[in-house]
Ligand binder design. Structure first.
Ligand code: DAT
Length: 172
């Protein structure tokens, strides 16, 4: 039995996963893992996507790389996809959601243009990641959280920190 929970933080690029995940990690002491960074550090890639001009994640190697850490517990995993991870890893899944205009502006500020910008905003409009999460995990552990403003961020951090604290009390 693990003593601390594993959390999946997912959602369309730009919804605020990194911002929230890093702060949650510093408030709770859980370890933050940005899967994009992990893949880059270990060059865990399998080819190159010409359409989006970005490397393709080698999902099996990412899972292998994380397995030991996840078994220990106490990890916040952040990624803009969720069906590549084993279901058993996570005790709770948060899907961050951002209004379209807001997301468009954030991604444009990040330098996204053309198809990449449009496809990502559409991904949010069609709730693609939320549906992926609902299919990959038990629906009662999947929670949507609004991520539009600094107030939302603070509210989410408080709720999530409380959840972590409660989980630890119940499992120790
Ligand atoms: P992600 O990791 O999901 O790609 P991010 O954490 O890098 O997103 O955030 C994208 C941008 O949006 C960044 O400039 C910070 C800003 N941001 C994040 N959360 C926010 C919030 N709740 N309110 C306003 N801006 C936010």
């Amino acid at each position: 039995m693990v003593k601390r929970p594993n959390i999946l933080l997912t959602g369309t690029p730009g919804v605020g996963k990194t911002t929230l995940g890093k702060e949650l990690s510093s408030r709770t002491g859980l370890t933050f893992v940005n899967v994009g960074d992990l893949a880059q550090e270990g060059q865990l890639y399998d080819g190159f996507d010409e359409d989006y001009q970005c490397p393709i994640l080698d999902e099996d190697r990412v899972v292998d790389e994380l397995e030991d850490k996840m078994e220990e517990g106490g990890v916040i995993v952040e990624y803009h996809g969720c069906d590549l991870f084993p279901e058993r890893w996570f005790h709770i899944v948060f899907v961050l959601r951002t209004d379209n205009t807001q997301l468009y502006n954030r991604l444009e500020a990040r330098g996204y243009t053309g198809k990449k910008l449009q496809d990502n905003v559409q991904c949010e409009i069609f709730q693609t990641i939320l549906e992926e999460a609902m299919e990959a995990y038990s629906e009662d552990i999947v929670h949507q959280l609004p991520s539009n403003s600094p107030d939302d961020l603070e509210r989410n951090l408080e709720q999530m920190s409380q959840w972590v604290e409660q989980w630890i009390k119940e499992h120790n």
